[in-house]
Every structure is written in structure tokens, then in C-alpha cells.
Design a protein around this ligand. Structure first.
Ligand SMILES: O=C[C@H](O)COP(=O)(O)O
Length: 254
């Protein structure tokens, strides 16, 4: 059986005011759900503590990035151990915006995954192809390669803290979503790649991200290999985010 997860990545958005307006209604709304979904808020690291003091129950808190180094003279970096020390449960690693704007390679991402897991955090590894890669027919090879390389250093005992998020880059923030069927195909391929990497693939949650909204979430979450969502823009409005959490079907996955 797999965990069903909806994570809200605020990206570089938010303020003290947004934390005050959004977290309590989301927490209370999640508390009233009976579909078994676990919900994560992933604010900018500076607001993690403010979100943490308001989050409880099935609402947990994550960070959007961690350093590939454990500690030391790395000005501006936030370590996985610091995030764990604060009470965060989850680290997002390898988001396409980190790959695109900060030059993160699969090798660096593998280091970050290792740091997060050794700090006892859960990891959501983000993977996804660009439009050019899809049009060239390379989408599956690119995505499964990112899975293999990003998770190359995961030890056998750590797989229970690994989640993968498939986000086609062309669908992020564009209003374009992969069809539920296309997303399902890629999720199946990701699960196959996980199995080939020696992971207990049928137990690992694979989330979909990229313009997920209240009106397309149910069709995506109904697919057998889509175990939840990684939500950007729609996670900044409590009612939009909660509608997506509510779209998760009640039955077991996997
Ligand atoms: O991390 C979240 C994703 O990049 C999706 O963002 P979006 O829902 O705004 O398309």
C-alpha cells in the first residue's frame, strides 16, 4: 500500500501575512478529510518555523531545497540537518527550477538526496522532461535517467522515506497539463525504473505536478500509479489547495 500525498510548494512566494491567512484553514480543512491523504506545506525556508507552529495532524512542513554539504563555510546555504532540527519532515530536491536556474546536475541532486536522508528527512525527488525533450521523443529516457541518477545513493533502509514527483517542465505554471493517461504512462515508467534500481517500487509514492487545479486533480488522482500531487500556484489559496486535497479518492493505492 502506498501513501497518498498532496504537497504545496509555495516557491518564492509568501509573507508572514500569507502564513497567517492560509495555514490555519488548510490545517483545519485537512483535519476534516477522511480520504487518507497526507498534506505537506513547503514554504520558503524563512517561513518554515511560522508554518510549523501552526501545523499538526496530517499536515506537515517541508523545505524547497537543501545544501549538498553537511555544514561549514557555504554562505547562504541551508542544511538538511537544520531543516530537520526545526521540525520539517520533508525536503524537495531537484525541482526543475533548481535544475534550470541554479545549474543543479543529477550528481548534485544525488548528493542533496543523500544529505536529506541522512538527516532523517523524507525526500521528494522532482523529475521531468522539457518540451524539446518530449518533442524529440526522449521524455521517458530523460525522466527515468533522472530517477536512476538522483536516487543512486539511496540505501536499502532509506527507500521508505523516498517519494518521486513527475513534473513535465512544459506543464509547470503554464496552465497546460499532461493528460491523465499520459501522466499515468510516465508514472508506470518511473515505477519500472525504481524497480530496476532495486527499490521496492510498488510501495513508493509517485506524485504528479504541473498546473494541477481543482478541476483536473480528480482525473489525475484516479490513475492507478498517480499517488498524489505537487502543487505550485494553487497551493497559495487555501480553498483551491483544499479542493485538490479533497479530490483524492478514498481507496488504497498500490
Ligand atoms: O512544485 C510545483 C510545481 O512546479 C507545479 O507548479 P504549478 O502548479 O504552479 O504548475
Amino acid at each position: 500500500m502506498r501513501r497518498k500525498i498532496v504537497a504545496g510548494n509555495w516557491k518564492m512566494n509568501g509573507s508572514t501575512e500569507l502564513v497567517e491567512q492560509l495555514v490555519d484553514p488548510v490545517r483545519d480543512g485537512v483535519g476534516a478529510l477522511d480520504n487518507g491523504v497526507e498534506v505537506v506545506i513547503i514554504p520558503p525556508a524563512l517561513y518554515a518555523r511560522d508554518v510549523l507552529v501552526r501545523a499538526r495532524g496530517r499536515l506537515s512542513v517541508g523545505v524547497q531545497n537543501v545544501s549538498q554539504w553537511r555544514s561549514g563555510a557555504y554562505t547562504g546555504e541551508v542544511s538538511a540537518a537544520m531543516a530537520a532540527d526545526l521540525g520539517c519532515r520533508v525536503a524537495l530536491v531537484g525541482h526543475s527550477e533548481r535544475r534550470q536556474y541554479f545549474g543543479e546536475t543529477d550528481a548534485v541532486i544525488a548528493e542533496k538526496v543523500a544529505q536529506a536522508l541522512s538527516a532523517e528527512l523524507e525526500v521528494i525527488l522532482c523529475v521531468g522532461e522539457t518540451l524539446n525533450e518530449r518533442e524529440a521523443g526522449d521524455a521517458e529516457a530523460v525522466v527515468t535517467g533522472q530517477v536512476r541518477q538522483g536516487l543512486a545513493r539511496v540505501a536499502a533502509a532509506q527507500w521508505s522515506r523516498v517519494v518521486v514527483a513527475y513534473e513535465p517542465v512544459w506543464a509547470i505554471g503554464t496552465g497546460q497539463t499532461a493528460t491523465a493517461e499520459d501522466a499515468q504512462c510516465m508514472h508506470r515508467a518511473i515505477r519500472q525504473a525504481l524497480a530496476e534500481a532495486g527499490a521496492p517500487a510498488e510501495t513508493i509514492s509517485v506524485l504528479y505536478g504541473g498546473s494541477v487545479k481543482a478541476d483536473n486533480a480528480a482525473a489525475l488522482f484516479a490513475q492507478p500509479d498517480i499517488d498524489g500531487g505537487l502543487i505550485g500556484g494553487a497551493s497559495l489559496v487555501a480553498e483551491d489547495f483544499l479542493s485538490i486535497c479533497r479530490a483524492m479518492p478514498a481507496g488504497a493505492k498500490g
